[in-house]
Design a protein around this ligand. Structure first.
Ligand code: ZN
Length: 107
């Protein structure tokens, strides 16, 4: 089992993150309130991406990335990244269209 400890950006509280292969996939857990509520959390997303911001100590982060590579977790994180990028492009395109509409309405 891989283990990490990270510090909360906002409260300074320490959370423990563990990752372990299971028969069904990978159990990738965090002790923060968000994870306890059944949500994904930025602590795990950061580590999965190799981002060590807030990392206090723990195993090699590259080992975590090796564990999740090719998994459903990695595939869905990639999907979210693609959707976030698409949403940003659409937001920019909408803002541009609104500017053009305002200009067009000036005659
Ligand atoms: Zn967390």
């Amino acid at each position: 089992m891989l283990r990490y400890r990270v510090r909360s950006d906002s409260t300074g509280e320490i959370y423990e993150i563990t990752a372990q292969a299971t028969q069904a996939g990978i159990r990738f857990a965090c002790t923060c309130a968000g994870a306890a509520s059944g949500l994904h959390c930025k602590h795990r997303l950061r580590l999965a991406a190799g981002n060590t911001k807030g990392l206090v100590d723990g195993d090699d982060v590259a080992a975590l990335q090796d564990l999740i590579r090719g998994s459903v977790i990695a595939a869905v994180i990639d999907e979210i990244d693609r959707l976030d990028a698409e949403a940003a492009r659409m937001k920019a395109a909408t803002a541009d269209a609104k500017r053009r509409l305002a200009r067009a309405m000036m005659g």
